[in-house]
Design a protein. Structure first.
Length: 289
Protein backbone atom coordinates (compact mmCIF):
# COMPACT_ATOMS: atom_id res chain seq x y z
CA UNK A 1 0.00 0.00 0.00
CA UNK A 2 1.25 3.48 -0.79
CA UNK A 3 2.29 5.43 2.34
CA UNK A 4 0.39 8.48 1.17
CA UNK A 5 -2.62 7.84 -1.02
CA UNK A 6 -3.88 11.23 -2.15
CA UNK A 7 -7.40 12.31 -3.03
CA UNK A 8 -7.58 12.84 -6.78
CA UNK A 9 -9.91 15.82 -6.38
CA UNK A 10 -7.21 17.76 -4.50
CA UNK A 11 -4.65 17.35 -7.27
CA UNK A 12 -6.69 17.63 -10.46
CA UNK A 13 -5.34 21.01 -11.64
CA UNK A 14 -1.71 19.86 -11.55
CA UNK A 15 -2.40 16.45 -13.12
CA UNK A 16 -4.64 17.80 -15.86
CA UNK A 17 -2.24 20.63 -16.71
CA UNK A 18 0.71 18.24 -16.95
CA UNK A 19 -1.11 15.82 -19.24
CA UNK A 20 -2.50 18.57 -21.45
CA UNK A 21 0.96 20.11 -21.83
CA UNK A 22 2.76 16.83 -22.54
CA UNK A 23 3.87 16.19 -26.07
CA UNK A 24 2.62 12.62 -25.77
CA UNK A 25 0.38 11.30 -22.99
CA UNK A 26 -1.33 7.96 -22.48
CA UNK A 27 -4.50 7.31 -20.46
CA UNK A 28 -5.05 3.62 -19.71
CA UNK A 29 -8.19 2.54 -17.90
CA UNK A 30 -9.75 -0.66 -16.71
CA UNK A 31 -13.32 -1.43 -17.83
CA UNK A 32 -15.43 -3.28 -15.22
CA UNK A 33 -15.76 -1.30 -12.01
CA UNK A 34 -13.99 1.68 -13.56
CA UNK A 35 -15.65 2.77 -16.79
CA UNK A 36 -18.82 0.84 -15.93
CA UNK A 37 -20.29 -0.32 -12.60
CA UNK A 38 -19.80 -3.94 -11.58
CA UNK A 39 -22.81 -5.94 -12.77
CA UNK A 40 -24.36 -9.07 -11.28
CA UNK A 41 -24.02 -10.59 -14.75
CA UNK A 42 -20.91 -9.40 -16.67
CA UNK A 43 -22.90 -9.68 -19.90
CA UNK A 44 -25.16 -6.85 -18.68
CA UNK A 45 -22.39 -4.22 -18.48
CA UNK A 46 -22.94 -1.34 -20.93
CA UNK A 47 -20.74 1.72 -21.37
CA UNK A 48 -22.68 4.96 -20.88
CA UNK A 49 -22.97 6.99 -24.07
CA UNK A 50 -21.60 10.15 -22.46
CA UNK A 51 -18.53 8.29 -21.22
CA UNK A 52 -17.95 6.87 -24.70
CA UNK A 53 -18.19 10.36 -26.19
CA UNK A 54 -15.74 11.77 -23.64
CA UNK A 55 -13.19 8.99 -24.16
CA UNK A 56 -13.40 9.40 -27.92
CA UNK A 57 -12.84 13.15 -27.55
CA UNK A 58 -9.79 12.58 -25.33
CA UNK A 59 -8.12 10.38 -27.93
CA UNK A 60 -6.04 12.83 -29.98
CA UNK A 61 -2.99 10.96 -31.25
CA UNK A 62 -0.16 11.48 -30.87
CA UNK A 63 -0.78 14.15 -28.17
CA UNK A 64 -2.98 11.99 -25.98
CA UNK A 65 -3.96 8.39 -26.60
CA UNK A 66 -6.50 6.23 -24.81
CA UNK A 67 -6.20 2.52 -23.99
CA UNK A 68 -8.71 0.23 -22.29
CA UNK A 69 -6.95 -2.58 -20.39
CA UNK A 70 -9.37 -5.26 -19.23
CA UNK A 71 -9.61 -8.79 -17.93
CA UNK A 72 -12.26 -9.47 -20.58
CA UNK A 73 -11.37 -10.98 -23.93
CA UNK A 74 -10.10 -8.35 -26.33
CA UNK A 75 -12.96 -8.89 -28.75
CA UNK A 76 -15.46 -8.48 -25.90
CA UNK A 77 -14.07 -5.24 -24.44
CA UNK A 78 -13.58 -3.74 -27.90
CA UNK A 79 -17.22 -4.44 -28.74
CA UNK A 80 -18.48 -2.96 -25.46
CA UNK A 81 -16.38 0.22 -25.68
CA UNK A 82 -16.84 0.67 -29.42
CA UNK A 83 -14.36 3.50 -30.07
CA UNK A 84 -12.33 3.29 -33.24
CA UNK A 85 -8.61 4.00 -33.20
CA UNK A 86 -7.87 3.55 -29.49
CA UNK A 87 -5.81 0.71 -28.01
CA UNK A 88 -7.48 -2.32 -26.43
CA UNK A 89 -5.81 -4.88 -24.17
CA UNK A 90 -7.76 -8.00 -23.23
CA UNK A 91 -7.15 -10.94 -20.91
CA UNK A 92 -5.17 -8.75 -18.51
CA UNK A 93 -2.89 -7.57 -21.29
CA UNK A 94 -2.12 -10.94 -22.86
CA UNK A 95 -3.64 -9.70 -26.13
CA UNK A 96 -3.30 -6.10 -27.32
CA UNK A 97 -4.57 -4.33 -30.42
CA UNK A 98 -4.01 -0.77 -31.59
CA UNK A 99 -4.62 1.24 -34.73
CA UNK A 100 -3.18 -1.03 -37.39
CA UNK A 101 -1.14 -3.31 -35.11
CA UNK A 102 -1.67 -6.26 -32.76
CA UNK A 103 0.26 -8.27 -30.15
CA UNK A 104 -0.32 -11.54 -28.32
CA UNK A 105 1.99 -12.77 -25.56
CA UNK A 106 3.53 -15.88 -27.19
CA UNK A 107 4.02 -17.97 -24.04
CA UNK A 108 0.43 -17.36 -22.97
CA UNK A 109 -0.76 -18.48 -26.39
CA UNK A 110 1.05 -21.77 -25.80
CA UNK A 111 -0.99 -22.28 -22.59
CA UNK A 112 -4.38 -22.37 -24.33
CA UNK A 113 -4.61 -26.14 -24.00
CA UNK A 114 -4.04 -25.91 -20.23
CA UNK A 115 -6.83 -23.34 -19.96
CA UNK A 116 -9.13 -25.66 -21.91
CA UNK A 117 -8.21 -28.60 -19.65
CA UNK A 118 -8.92 -26.53 -16.54
CA UNK A 119 -12.30 -25.51 -17.94
CA UNK A 120 -13.24 -29.10 -18.72
CA UNK A 121 -12.30 -30.30 -15.24
CA UNK A 122 -13.99 -27.44 -13.42
CA UNK A 123 -17.22 -27.26 -15.40
CA UNK A 124 -19.07 -30.20 -13.79
CA UNK A 125 -17.94 -29.12 -10.31
CA UNK A 126 -18.98 -25.50 -10.81
CA UNK A 127 -22.28 -26.51 -12.42
CA UNK A 128 -23.22 -28.17 -9.13
CA UNK A 129 -22.93 -24.87 -7.24
CA UNK A 130 -25.93 -22.58 -7.62
CA UNK A 131 -25.03 -19.12 -8.88
CA UNK A 132 -21.48 -19.99 -9.99
CA UNK A 133 -20.37 -19.77 -13.60
CA UNK A 134 -17.22 -20.25 -15.65
CA UNK A 135 -16.12 -17.75 -18.27
CA UNK A 136 -13.68 -19.35 -20.71
CA UNK A 137 -11.70 -16.56 -22.39
CA UNK A 138 -9.31 -18.67 -24.50
CA UNK A 139 -6.13 -17.41 -22.83
CA UNK A 140 -7.54 -17.23 -19.28
CA UNK A 141 -10.40 -18.64 -17.24
CA UNK A 142 -12.63 -16.85 -14.71
CA UNK A 143 -14.87 -18.43 -12.09
CA UNK A 144 -17.61 -15.96 -11.11
CA UNK A 145 -19.22 -16.36 -7.68
CA UNK A 146 -21.05 -13.06 -7.15
CA UNK A 147 -24.39 -14.93 -7.09
CA UNK A 148 -23.17 -17.84 -4.96
CA UNK A 149 -24.62 -18.17 -1.46
CA UNK A 150 -22.13 -17.67 1.36
CA UNK A 151 -22.64 -21.21 2.62
CA UNK A 152 -21.60 -22.59 -0.79
CA UNK A 153 -18.34 -20.65 -1.10
CA UNK A 154 -16.20 -23.34 0.61
CA UNK A 155 -17.43 -25.87 -1.95
CA UNK A 156 -16.52 -23.51 -4.79
CA UNK A 157 -13.02 -22.92 -3.46
CA UNK A 158 -12.60 -26.65 -2.92
CA UNK A 159 -13.59 -27.30 -6.53
CA UNK A 160 -10.92 -24.92 -7.78
CA UNK A 161 -8.44 -26.45 -5.34
CA UNK A 162 -8.97 -29.88 -6.89
CA UNK A 163 -7.16 -28.84 -10.04
CA UNK A 164 -4.04 -30.96 -10.30
CA UNK A 165 -0.42 -29.87 -10.51
CA UNK A 166 -0.59 -30.69 -14.22
CA UNK A 167 -2.69 -27.55 -14.62
CA UNK A 168 -1.52 -25.30 -11.77
CA UNK A 169 2.05 -24.38 -10.94
CA UNK A 170 5.15 -22.61 -12.23
CA UNK A 171 5.13 -22.36 -16.00
CA UNK A 172 1.50 -23.48 -16.13
CA UNK A 173 -1.52 -21.63 -14.68
CA UNK A 174 -1.73 -19.47 -11.56
CA UNK A 175 -4.71 -18.53 -9.40
CA UNK A 176 -5.54 -14.84 -8.93
CA UNK A 177 -8.25 -13.16 -6.86
CA UNK A 178 -10.57 -10.32 -7.76
CA UNK A 179 -13.98 -8.88 -6.94
CA UNK A 180 -15.95 -12.09 -6.37
CA UNK A 181 -13.98 -13.94 -9.02
CA UNK A 182 -11.19 -16.50 -9.11
CA UNK A 183 -9.02 -16.28 -12.19
CA UNK A 184 -6.68 -18.79 -13.77
CA UNK A 185 -4.00 -17.17 -15.92
CA UNK A 186 -0.84 -18.43 -17.61
CA UNK A 187 2.20 -18.11 -15.37
CA UNK A 188 4.24 -16.21 -17.93
CA UNK A 189 5.27 -13.08 -16.00
CA UNK A 190 2.90 -10.89 -17.95
CA UNK A 191 -0.14 -8.94 -16.77
CA UNK A 192 -1.66 -5.49 -16.84
CA UNK A 193 1.53 -3.88 -15.54
CA UNK A 194 3.67 -5.28 -18.33
CA UNK A 195 0.94 -4.48 -20.84
CA UNK A 196 0.76 -0.79 -19.84
CA UNK A 197 4.56 -0.56 -20.03
CA UNK A 198 4.55 -2.24 -23.46
CA UNK A 199 1.78 0.04 -24.78
CA UNK A 200 3.62 3.11 -23.45
CA UNK A 201 6.78 2.14 -25.30
CA UNK A 202 4.86 1.24 -28.44
CA UNK A 203 3.19 4.66 -28.45
CA UNK A 204 6.42 6.45 -27.45
CA UNK A 205 4.99 7.93 -24.26
CA UNK A 206 7.28 8.72 -21.34
CA UNK A 207 6.54 7.07 -18.00
CA UNK A 208 5.55 10.23 -16.15
CA UNK A 209 2.92 10.96 -18.79
CA UNK A 210 1.22 7.59 -18.48
CA UNK A 211 -1.99 7.18 -16.51
CA UNK A 212 -3.49 3.94 -15.27
CA UNK A 213 -6.92 3.81 -13.64
CA UNK A 214 -8.45 0.72 -12.05
CA UNK A 215 -10.57 -0.53 -9.18
CA UNK A 216 -9.57 -4.08 -8.35
CA UNK A 217 -6.88 -6.38 -7.01
CA UNK A 218 -6.14 -7.31 -10.62
CA UNK A 219 -5.11 -3.68 -11.27
CA UNK A 220 -2.61 -3.45 -8.44
CA UNK A 221 0.25 -4.92 -10.47
CA UNK A 222 -0.26 -2.14 -13.02
CA UNK A 223 -0.21 0.50 -10.28
CA UNK A 224 3.06 -0.91 -8.97
CA UNK A 225 4.59 -1.14 -12.46
CA UNK A 226 3.78 2.44 -13.45
CA UNK A 227 6.65 3.95 -11.46
CA UNK A 228 6.60 7.71 -12.07
CA UNK A 229 3.26 7.51 -13.84
CA UNK A 230 -0.12 8.69 -12.58
CA UNK A 231 -2.03 5.85 -10.91
CA UNK A 232 -5.64 6.19 -9.74
CA UNK A 233 -7.59 3.63 -7.75
CA UNK A 234 -11.38 3.85 -7.90
CA UNK A 235 -12.69 2.99 -4.45
CA UNK A 236 -13.21 4.06 -0.87
CA UNK A 237 -10.70 5.61 1.50
CA UNK A 238 -8.85 2.86 3.35
CA UNK A 239 -8.66 0.52 0.36
CA UNK A 240 -5.14 -0.97 0.35
CA UNK A 241 -3.50 0.09 -2.89
CA UNK A 242 -0.20 0.81 -4.62
CA UNK A 243 -1.91 3.66 -6.51
CA UNK A 244 -0.88 7.25 -5.84
CA UNK A 245 -4.40 8.70 -6.01
CA UNK A 246 -7.82 7.57 -4.85
CA UNK A 247 -11.10 8.61 -6.47
CA UNK A 248 -14.74 7.86 -5.80
CA UNK A 249 -16.69 6.12 -8.55
CA UNK A 250 -18.47 9.28 -9.70
CA UNK A 251 -15.29 11.36 -9.94
CA UNK A 252 -13.75 9.66 -12.97
CA UNK A 253 -16.15 11.17 -15.50
CA UNK A 254 -15.47 14.64 -14.06
CA UNK A 255 -11.71 14.05 -14.29
CA UNK A 256 -12.01 13.06 -17.94
CA UNK A 257 -14.15 16.11 -18.67
CA UNK A 258 -11.55 18.41 -17.06
CA UNK A 259 -8.84 16.86 -19.18
CA UNK A 260 -10.97 17.22 -22.30
CA UNK A 261 -11.53 20.93 -21.59
CA UNK A 262 -7.81 21.49 -20.99
CA UNK A 263 -6.97 19.85 -24.32
CA UNK A 264 -9.60 21.97 -26.04
CA UNK A 265 -8.08 25.11 -24.54
CA UNK A 266 -4.61 24.22 -25.75
CA UNK A 267 -6.02 23.52 -29.21
CA UNK A 268 -7.73 26.90 -29.48
CA UNK A 269 -5.42 29.46 -27.83
CA UNK A 270 -1.93 30.64 -28.68
CA UNK A 271 0.86 28.44 -27.23
CA UNK A 272 2.06 31.25 -24.93
CA UNK A 273 -1.40 31.48 -23.38
CA UNK A 274 -2.23 27.77 -23.26
CA UNK A 275 -0.61 26.90 -19.93
CA UNK A 276 -2.27 29.76 -18.04
CA UNK A 277 -5.69 29.23 -19.62
CA UNK A 278 -5.58 25.47 -19.12
CA UNK A 279 -4.73 25.75 -15.45
CA UNK A 280 -7.44 28.32 -14.82
CA UNK A 281 -10.15 26.20 -16.49
CA UNK A 282 -9.03 23.00 -14.75
CA UNK A 283 -9.09 24.61 -11.32
CA UNK A 284 -12.64 25.80 -11.83
CA UNK A 285 -13.74 22.35 -12.98
CA UNK A 286 -12.04 20.56 -10.09
CA UNK A 287 -14.14 22.40 -7.59
CA UNK A 288 -17.12 20.72 -9.17
CA UNK A 289 -16.06 17.19 -8.22
Amino acid sequence: MSDQVLALRDHCPRIVAALAAAGRALVCTDFDGTLVPICEDPDDCVLDGSMRTTLAALHRPPRLQVAVVSGRRLVDVRRRVGIEGITYAGNHGLEIEGDGWAFREPNADACRRLVQTAAERLQPLIDAIEGARIEHKELTLTVHYRRVRTKDLPALRAAVGQLSSRVLGPGRLRLHGGKQVIELRPDVGWGKGQAVEWIGRRLECRGEHRVFIGDDETDEEAFAACGDGITIRIGDRGTPTAARYLAATGELSAFFMMLRRALDVRDTVRPAEAGHAGRRGDGEACRGI
